[in-house]
Design a protein. Sequence first.
Length: 94
Amino acid sequence: MSDDPTIGFLKADVARFCAGLDELAPPIRLRLLVQLRAALDEVTDTALDAGMSAAKAEGWGLRQIGGQVGLSHEKVRYRLAQRAGKGEPAGGPV
């Protein structure tokens, strides 16, 4: 997936956390896994939107950004507009 060692460290930390849940009762285990997934999604979505905004500010096109992040240019346009709607700069006109 990634050659970046920091990704490997993060993945190992998450795997260690998940392995620590093995002895918990299923309802507690499932609740914690859902909370973990939501927390990771929130953090990575925010960082992805910020990265796409930075790329747009540097003059990248929507298709170029989309190619890097695995989204269609229309989805990139939508996410940048959503970010701009929250009062955060979206890297100029879309």
